[in-house]
Design a protein around this ligand. Structure first.
Ligand code: ZN
Length: 414
């Protein structure tokens, strides 16, 4: 192993004290004092790895390992050090500290790349504080929405106020935007946050791409009535209709065995929500994700037909609003090829390729450059929870694979 496994895992352990909750959890909101503190800790490790460090005006922590030809587009690695409110020790963190370890290893081996390398801890990946995530990674690519900084957190603090007290100057943000073509490629190491690698008994995996989520909000309207007096055949029960759609999305998403498609109803609001009133109105969400856009489109069409049929059957009216419709973003084949070859050299047989259901900072980066992701096995697939766990061995292997991949990419410049 080229990287220093113990050093990396010590760093992961050390940072877990900042914003610590429960036995093994962390709460580090975006642009908070806790995030500042973990940035200072990580900045120290970046400096030890030969990097110069800055916090930009989006609140990103950026370490720069200068190449001998500074005009070349940079090789960027990164993830995030902010966490969910009831988060774990590894989500995002493994990627930032793993990337620092990669640069430290290059530095210790006196490897001077032609291309500058940057390690970034992106601001507010998680998105819960201001109800909008991937702030830093969208920010450096000029992809923020107008007046996003006016969004407020639960305490009434706006993102603008939070960023200013973090030390950012919002009027200078445009200077921190990367020009098109200035990033050669992006690499992100991340915990899987799902149970696939564990089920396959594989420590690491190659991400095929980030799935495109389709988010719909559906409203069914029926007629309220006394549950004791309205005969069954005369009802217009909105919840009964919604229940049939919930069962249907599950059937739709599982019709092709082995496909990574996932379909979920995660939220349901019933009105008037009383045990003796037939539900008049139900608002529910549908989340459909797939790595193949054409298959997802086909499934969406099936879902819409079922909604039509179900509402007709129960005498309901309906509306559907589309909240998010993102396309899948595929990892670069040439980068996946390198990861596969290097994993074999490390003794990982038949490294699996798997879809990422969740978003990551890689998603905005995918519009700016080629990108790849390496997943580390998650225990029981648990994440966004203090119980989130990846073993020190798996994390070290993931970081070593990242190092070998970076080394190969740098060799392409020689
Ligand atoms: Zn993450």
């Amino acid at each position: 192993m080229a990287i220093h496994s113990e050093r990396l895992n010590n760093h992961i352990y050390e940072q877990s004290a900042i914003g610590k909750i429960a036995e093994t959890g962390i709460c580090r909101p975006a642009h908070s004092a806790e995030e500042k503190q973990v940035f200072q800790l990580a900045a120290g490790w970046m400096t030890e790895a030969g990097m110069t460090v800055k916090i930009d005006n989006f609140g990103n922590l950026i370490g720069t390992y200068p190449g001998t030809e500074p005009g070349l587009p940079v090789l960027m690695m990164g993830s995030h050090l902010d966490t969910q409110p009831y988060g774990g020790r590894f989500d995002g963190i493994a990627g930032v500290l793993g990337a620092i370890e990669v640069v430290k290893t290059l530095h210790d081996n006196n490897i001077k790349p032609k291309r500058t390398i940057q390690v970034v801890s992106f601001a507010d990946e998680e998105g819960w504080r201001f109800n909008k995530g991937l702030y830093g990674s969208r920010g450096i690519l000029g992809k923020l929405e107008p007046d996003e900084e006016a969004r407020k957190d639960a305490n009434g603090i706006s993102r603008r106020e939070a960023l200013e007290s973090f030390g950012c100057n919002l009027s200078e943000q445009s200077k921190d935007v990367y020009a098109p073509g200035s990033i050669h490629c992006f690499l992100e190491l991340h915990i899987e946050q799902g149970p696939v690698l564990e089920a396959l008994e594989q420590p690491v995996g190659i991400v095929s791409g980030i799935s495109g989520p389709l988010w719909l909000t559906v409203t069914f309207k029926g007629v309220a009535g006394h549950t004791g007096s309205v005969p069954m055949h005369m009802r217009n029960d909105a919840l009964l209709g919604a229940a049939e759609v919930i069962v249907a999305i599950n059937k739709i998403a599982t019709q092709e065995p082995g496909s990574p498609t996932v379909g979920t109803c995660g939220s349901l609001n019933v009105f008037p929500n009383s045990r003796n009133i037939i539900p008049e109105e139900v608002v529910f969400t549908l989340d459909l994700r797939d790595i193949e856009q054409s298959r997802r489109d086909k499934y969406e069409a099936q879902l819409r037909v079922i909604i039509e049929e179900v509402t007709e059957k129960h005498g309901l009216t309906y509306t559907i609003s589309e909240d998010t419709n993102s396309e899948p973003r595929y990892c670069a084949q040439w980068m996946k090829d390198i990861i596969r070859e290097e994993s074999e050299a490390l003794g990982v047989e038949n490294i699996p390729e798997l879809m990422s259901g969740p978003f990551h900072d890689s998603l905005p980066l995918s519009y700016a450059c080629d990108y790849a992701m390496i997943f580390i096995r998650s225990k029981a697939g648990i994440s966004h929870n203090p119980k989130e766990y990846s073993s020190p061995e798996d994390i070290a292997l993931g970081a070593d694979l990242l190092y070998k991949t970076v080394y190969r990419i740098l060799q392409q410049d020689i």
